[in-house]
Write a protein that binds this ligand. Sequence first.
Ligand code: FAD
Length: 405
Amino acid sequence: MFPPTRAAGLEALADFVPRAGAAYARRRNVDTGPLRTNVSSLSPYIRHRLVTEGEVVAAVLGQHSLSAAEKFVQEVMWRTYWKGWLEQNPEVWRRYRRDVAELIAAGSADTPEYRDAVAGRTGIDAMDAWARELVETGYLHNHTRMWFASIWVFTLRLPWQLGADFFYRHLLDGDAASNTLSWRWVAGLQTVGKTYLATASNIERYTEGRFRPQGLATIAPALSEEPLPPRSPIPPGETAPAGERLGVLLHEEDLALDSLRGEHPWLDGGVVAVAACADADARSPWGASDTVRAFTAGALADGLERAAPGAAALAVGVDPPAAVVEWAVSEKVDTVVIPYAPVGPVAERMTGLRAALADRGIALRAARRDWDSLAWPHARRGFFPFRAEIPRLLAQQGIPASSRR
Ligand SMILES: Cc1cc2nc3c(=O)[nH]c(=O)nc-3n(C[C@H](O)[C@H](O)[C@H](O)COP(=O)(O)OP(=O)(O)OC[C@H]3O[C@@H](n4cnc5c(N)ncnc54)[C@H](O)[C@@H]3O)c2cc1C
């Protein structure tokens, strides 16, 4: 269903653009089943930046006015909002990682209830079908993700962190920010005290009668947690001094080197080598599904082939920085440049790499896209104040005025 290439992403985008206006706004909440056409299914491509958010929004606004495509543009901006919010609240990610490891160690995933939920054996027909769809396809519709998370937390009473981990291991678009924060939102942790309750009638209506699950929870009491520390500043994007030998290292967060170079002219001239490295298994103590591994590896190979035809991806192995350090030393680079890795497993890996490179006298610099640098600082409070910034952000982010009819 999802060939892991930029070409396939662009084809899916071109196919979807005519439906991104009023039709999307009217039908986006309906889950018609795996052959759906009312949503874009672009998330696996956007999540790895095989296709960037800016390209998607520009293509849509090339055919629709901003008011007609407002809903779609807002959905793309939800992704940016969640990333900006997590970037300023990295403690949420640290706690999630710690909790998943502790829950697994304590045997919370070794219960019949958990095993039935992930195997599609709860007896709740909709849940069982969705668990199988997720495992088989690596994708679920947004509304279905909300219902699934709600039933997991409030009907099955399983730990939200293990549900988020199940999604994260299997979603082709699995994203530290969108996934973790959406689960928190359903559970009443993200908008404190406000939960999402899945109901049979809503599910029946928006699956067009495919499901009407029985026995769902009728109340959704919010979960609680220790107060979060104050927001952290967003780390700055970095550049390298002129005249250095630069090696670019692509990774699974951003596989569009061409457009990154377009935004960072200081890369021109200095780049002497390009490599790529990914580790889908770092998503969870249990690794990632085979479907996710294959998509990630394919996407990485595609990104690398476009950036440096004929080059082979570096292996992560048991010592993630080792292959990269060896490559950087053999290419005699002064600095390894990476696309900025937002809070998540890749950023964790890059922290280890930065230290390992420093030991060999090589710097690591993270080049951030304007899309992120301009928008993230606005993701301080809820989505609504962020949403108000969208027209200004689009103008600042170079979406041509002529396409914002
Ligand atoms: C519990 C839960 C977990 C989720 N986990 C992820 C995840 O790991 N990765 C992920 O990309 N999205 C996640 N989402 C958000 C959303 O469900 C998916 O982005 C969307 O379903 C992808 O399908 P699409 O490309 O057809 O979306 P469309 O409706 O066509 O939207 C276009 C694009 O906008 C972005 N988008 C749409 N809705 C959202 C949203 N609610 N939050 C953030 N971005 C959005 C995606 O990049 C998407 O490709 C999650 C939502 C929930 C409720």
